[in-house]
Design a protein around this ligand. Structure first.
Ligand code: ADP
Ligand code: ZN
Length: 750
């Protein structure tokens, strides 16, 4: 542990620095050196924010101090820091190193990364204000100046309290005004001190404790292996592969207990969608101090949690992607549940993959990392096969619960009976299940009523004015919506292309599915869960609670219901169409299809009755669908890996996607050609074939928010080469005005 602890301490001469290195929230690779004014020496430390003159107008700009030194970098005259913004560093030395790594790997500015990883609430110090605290002067030092009777009473209340007190509470207990209290200070009977305090700590509902389960041999082997790495403080990654219900969470819980014993902290990342009260409860039932960081937190609460985490008062931090940057001072373990989920990749700058950043944090702080999944990403699977990470398997469900029976329904035969969402087989299965007092989940990954509005005479499909995306009809809103830019349009009475009044609504969304289900089964209780009906977290919790209590027979919805939920009485899951993900132009389409069916299937058979899953598809012979119906991850991997290898896709080659955007289509096309040519021109510096450039071509969403988008890809076996090529290619780059480009390193969507 020694090395690790030393690495966390700032170097001894840190206070002596006379020069500060500062980075700004700009896409710049370099840091800037400033002189530290005499009165700020010792106050400017790495990890604090400062104000410094920056840019053309030398405007005072907020930046992050990332280092201080005694030696000036150059002989030229330096500008000086204007102000220090923080009392204490917001980032530890280890978080500074982590963010630097992110900036280098994901090719963006260090200042951009720092700005992104610090929550807004922390930067704003939400919920805190300066408060004056009074303390009595010790008896021997009290002055001559006499107190009035009222002031005497106030002074006695302060002594009785035996702790620093605020003006307000003293005034209350002595039943006097604030002036009377302030006089204690001016007369020299009390000293005052200003401190930042939180106005309102959140109150949590009490919880019933739960005891650890006796582990089965597979779980025990996993907990032993992980426990060893925790105790030895080793940066080791484990892939915990086990179907839903195989006891992965129990393995996390018992591993975390080891970390708690050592007085260290654990960060648990789960997809935002799985951050349900049920998930959170399982952790709160085992550990005293759990902090949950979810997107519905108020700024006040978020800042409050952040402060407690930074003081080491929290044992377990649970949250979505960004919880990875929780300021744990003595980290002992990182867990990523459902590690294959695409939401672990951030789609705005910095475009990081939490899985890879977690591995880096684990190396920097010498702590193990657990990646858990029923359907591991192919990246993690290959790493395990090549023994770069250690595979731990939980091959069975706990207590020998059987896996659900998965059957496909061939919709090519069903379709002729009309454009219904539910096939006859699925309809009968719903009736059988509900009549036997079981519950049903119906999954459809498209919200809205109709997903295509089309003219049968000319074939025109209504699309967004700002994006090259077809519009979705939302019946309740009576509007056409663009699911990419959220623009709304009136429902047309005629085709916007040929003007004929015949319009067809095709493609079924959850809104229409709900209408069909309530019409088919008027006596069953049905609820819909998608981002249209679930605008607030309390609403979401309410529906889930009603479902758990058996007050709802059929729960239908989008991926919101596909993940993480655990309801023992769900005996039937219907996948309304397994084909939505299949036709997207993405080399990961099969992987997504497989994962989705496996996930959804995991929602049933969690009680004693074996569950049943019906998968409706027009492609019953699709290898990914076939493998998913057999619960056969290995079969899927063996089908998919050779294709990835042959075409040079991840997990074999790593990718970078360069996107060029402009308001004018021709400008975008031209700029993308120039940029791709610059990349190609640099290729001669690399071993033949080590790096490849493919494209440019229009991006799959060729127009988004009024910008035309072109893209090209860089493939390479070695990520470092790809990075080097990017740096060479964009050196002194001048693109035509109004064009922007983004490099997406290890992109997750095309
Ligand atoms: P997963 O995270 O893989 O879906 P869980 O850890 O949630 O699996 O386990 C599924 C259920 O089985 C939970 O209710 C859990 O409490 C229970 N469970 C887990 N391990 C054991 C065990 N060794 N003995 C009995 N029950 C267990
Ligand atoms: Zn749009």
């Amino acid at each position: 542990r020694k090395l690790f602890d030393e690495a966390k301490l700032p170097p001894e001469d840190e206070d002596a620095g006379l020069y500060a290195q500062v980075v700004f929230n700009r896409p710049l690779r370099e840091s800037f050196t400033y002189a530290i004014p005499v009165d700020m020496v010792g106050k400017i430390l790495a990890g604090k924010r400062v104000l410094a003159p920056f840019g053309r107008g030398n405007n005072r700009t907020t930046g992050f101090c990332v280092g201080v030194s005694e030696e000036p970098p150059t002989t030229q005259k330096l500008k000086s820091i204007a102000a220090v913004l923080d009392e204490a560093p917001l980032l530890t030395p280890s978080m500074l190193r982590l963010t630097k790594w992110i900036a280098d790997y994901y090719a963006c500015g260090w200042g951009q990364v720092l700005d992104a990883v610090l929550p807004h609430a922390v930067k704003q110090r939400s919920g805190t204000r300066w408060t004056v605290f009074l303390q009595p002067v010790p008896e021997e030092k009290r002055p001559e100046a006499k107190l009035t009777a009222k002031q005497q009473r106030a002074f006695e209340s302060l002594i009785d309290l035996k702790r620093p007190a605020t003006i307000k509470e003293l005034a209350q207990s002595a039943r006097c005004g604030a002036d009377c209290i302030k006089a204690l200070v001016t007369k020299g009977w009390a000293t005052s001190e200003r401190r930042r305090v939180h106005s309102r700590p959140p109150v949590l509902a009490p919880i019933v404790w739960d005891r650890p389960r006796a582990l089965n041999p597979h779980q025990k082997a996993a907990v032993d292996a992980i426990g060893g790495a925790i105790r030895d403080g080793i940066a080791k990654t484990f892939l915990l592969h086990g179907v839903t219900g195989s006891g992965k969470t129990e393995v996390y819980l018992q591993s975390i207990a080891e970390v708690v014993k050592l007085g260290r902290e654990t960060i648990v990342l789960v997809p935002e969608i799985s951050l349900t009260p049920q998930t959170i409860e399982r952790f709160r039932q085992r550990f005293d101090e759990v902090a949950v960081l979810h997107s519905h937190l108020s700024d006040v609460d978020r800042h409050w949690h952040w402060q407690r985490i930074a003081r080491g008062e929290v044992q377990v931090v649970i949250g979505a992607r960004s919880a990875l940057f929780a300021p744990c001072p003595n980290l002992g373990l990182i867990v990523i549940d459902e590690e294959h989920e695409t939401t672990f990749k951030q789609e705005t700058t910095p475009r990081y993959q939490a899985r890879d950043v977690a591995a880096q944090r684990s190396r920097l702080e010498n702590v193990p990392l657990i990646l858990g999944s029923a359907t591991p990403s192919l990246e993690s699977w290959l790493a395990a096969r090549q023994r770069r990470i250690e595979l731990l398997s939980l091959p069975e469900r706990v207590e020998n619960l059987p896996m659900p029976r998965v059957t496909t329904v061939d919709m090519r035969h069903e379709y002729r009976s009309g454009a219904r969402a539910l096939s006859g087989v699925l309809r009968r299965a719903v009736i059988e299940t509900v009549d036997a007092k079981g519950q049903v989940i119906l999954f459809l990954n498209r919200r809205g009523f109709s997903t295509t509005i089309l003219c049968p005479s000319c074939g025109h499909v209504e699309s967004c004015e700002h994006c090259e995306i077809s519009l979705t009809f939302h019946k309740k809103l009576d509007r056409l919506l663009c699911h990419f830019c959220d623009a709304e349009f009136p429902v047309p009475s005629r085709c916007s292309s040929c003007g004929l009044p015949s319009i067809r609504y095709a493609g079924i969304g959850t809104e229409r599915l709900e209408e069909e289900v309530t019409a088919l089964f008027p006596n069953y209780r049905c609820a819909r869960m998608d981002s249209d009906t679930m605008r607030s977290a309390p609403h979401y919790d309410k529906v889930l609670t009603a479902f758990r209590r058996g007050e709802i027979d059929i729960l239908l919805g989008t991926q919101m219901i596909a993940k993480g939920l655990d309801f023992p009485n769900v005996h039937l899951v219907g996948v309304v169409t397994a084909d939505t993900g299949r036709n997207i132009p993405d080399f990961r389409a099969s992987e997504r299809t497989f994962q989705l069916i496996a996930q959804v299937a995991g929602r049933t058979g969690r009680g004693q009755t074996p569950g049943r899953v019906l998968v409706q598809t027009f492609n019953p012979d699709d290898p990914a669908i076939l493998a998913a119906t057999k619960h056969d991850y290995h079969r899927f991997v063996n089908e998919e890996m050779p294709t990835r290898k042959e075409f040079g896709y991840p997990p074999f080659d790593s990718l970078m996607r360069v996107i060029v955007r402009a308001k004018d289509e021709e400008v975008a096309r031209h700029a993308s050609k120039i940029l791709a040519a610059r990349f190609r021109a640099c290729l001669s510096e690399f071993p033949p074939g080590a790096v490849r450039v493919l494209g440019p071509a229009p991006a799959p969403v060729a127009k988004l928010r009024d910008h035309y988008r072109m893209h090209f890809q860089v493939h390479s076996r070695q990520p470092a080469l790809r990075q080097k090529l990017l740096e060479m290619a964009i050196k002194d780059l001048q693109l035509p005005g109004d064009t922007e480009f983004t490099a997406d390193v290890d992109p997750i969507s095309m």
